[in-house]
Design a protein around this ligand. Sequence first.
Ligand code: SF4
Length: 586
Amino acid sequence: MQPDELRRRVVTDILPRVQTPGQYLAGELNAVAKDHAAVRGRLCLAFPDAYTIGMSHHGLQVLYHLMNRRDDWLCERVFTPMPDMEALLREQGLPLYGLESFTPLGQFDVVGFSLQYELCATNVLTMLDLAGIPLHAAQRTLDHPLVIAGGPVVANPEPMAALIDLFALGDGEEALPAICDGWIKHRDSAGNRTEALKRMAAELPFAYVPAVHGDGPSIDSFEPRPSGCGDDSLASNVQPPASNIPIITPAVVSDLETVPLPTRPIVPYIECVQDRITLEIMRGCPGRCRFCQSRPLKHPIRFRSVETLIAAAIESYHNTGYNEIGLLSLSTSDYPYFDELLRRLFAEFRPRGVSISVPSLRVNEQWRTVAEKLNTDRRSGLTLAPEAARDELRRHIGKRLSNDDLLAGCRRAFECGFHRVKLYFMCGLPGECEADIDGIIELSTEIARLGRDVIGRWPTVVANVSNFVPKPQTPFQDEPMRRRDYFEQVHHRLRSTKKPRAVQVKIHDLETSLIEAVLARGDRRLSQAIEQAWRAGARMDAWNDRFQPALWWNAFEQCGIDTESILHQCRGADDARPWRHIAVNR
Ligand code: SF4
């Protein structure tokens, strides 16, 4: 179908009948629409979640502008249509399309998925299916786009191995242009898709091509070890796999200064999760938290200069009109020029009424000194991630924070006018005992009492408790996940323990965590289960109100997935990991 005809049909026959039609049209401020006939290659960045989520993702804006800056490529966007839109596209027999031009997704050269969360897997299938692209990589020909994926889920690509042609490991700014150019070159010369993919796999050390690299490791044959056997060695998972798969190593931007910030970010017409200028000040984190997957995936630590950041902030402000600037990093406190950056940002933007928000600030001496300077909306409150309630467990999981620092930081926040504190904890951590669970309520209560003493009335303290999933590529990757009944007891204990009304406990859904863990830790056989769950109706699984866990458990059973061993057996050897050919720990 021609783009103009598709646009006419969507606008007249579909958009009047869907909720929030603005999410299915482009034309926003700073969106780039190029002539398809005037470029060599056409890329569509596919975010497997709703527009409102995807448009808040900084990486999407970075890669979109990076590729559109090139004269020989164009880059468009596509997001997962909500179920009402999906139903209408199917009813009308219309394909999913790139927002900027209404070009059917199947007509692009490359479709690049950003896999931020395991539970977005079925959204990938929805998008491929609506595009008319075969779900299985093995069924695609040279007439179909190259389907690639990057993002944190690639820490273990095996569960989606049958669905994706090529996984890109590492920094997208480095990997994406090389993959796009490689595809055009090899597609046009190789004669068939397998040969083109083979050449790309041989050429790009950060590209994992399941069809070429052969069957990935399976978790069938490992010997379980007793619990508590986590391996902390950062280099431990870069052993060669037993099969012939080579070690895939990440693409790395060695100098962050060479990667321009997107100073003309697209400004959506509809409200998104985050509507602000984002400045990525650094990449990587010096922390050693043993549960953390972000650190190894974003390693090594790299910084942008203050000059670069100030110039980008001013340019972005003029190009967007946003009244908030958010600093992005895993650990802002570790940015070496933090004080200078804040001073210059305040000097530049305070007179213009632009606020500066600083997430990921560690509660330490620095926090005590900057709390009053931040223009953070005090009603939205202070967010802190102690992860565990007691210093002892925190030391065990590698989290650099003491309760003394935490309480001192909260005192400072209350003195600065904050009335609300949000705390993020995990339960089910290795080494956790009853005192750690009770400690969550005790610490939250102590902070609430501190607030009452400082501000003269009870503040609101919200303790968000998530269920620990031992993720691939982390020092805890070989730990078993705690069992369902353990989590149920912990949740009951947290809910039933007496606490002041000022303290609220919010507990993450257990079914979501268990299924996330299966998808994070399993092997290639999960591709079939993902498809099975999708065919049974699983959609938008990351959304609590749409998530149907029964579909997933049925799919695992029908596909013979041994969820018991994936979740609960302690992996004892490198060759027990389905992701052992992926080497992110540099
Ligand atoms: S949890 Fe945060 S501080 Fe700890 S290693 Fe990960 S990114 Fe760094």
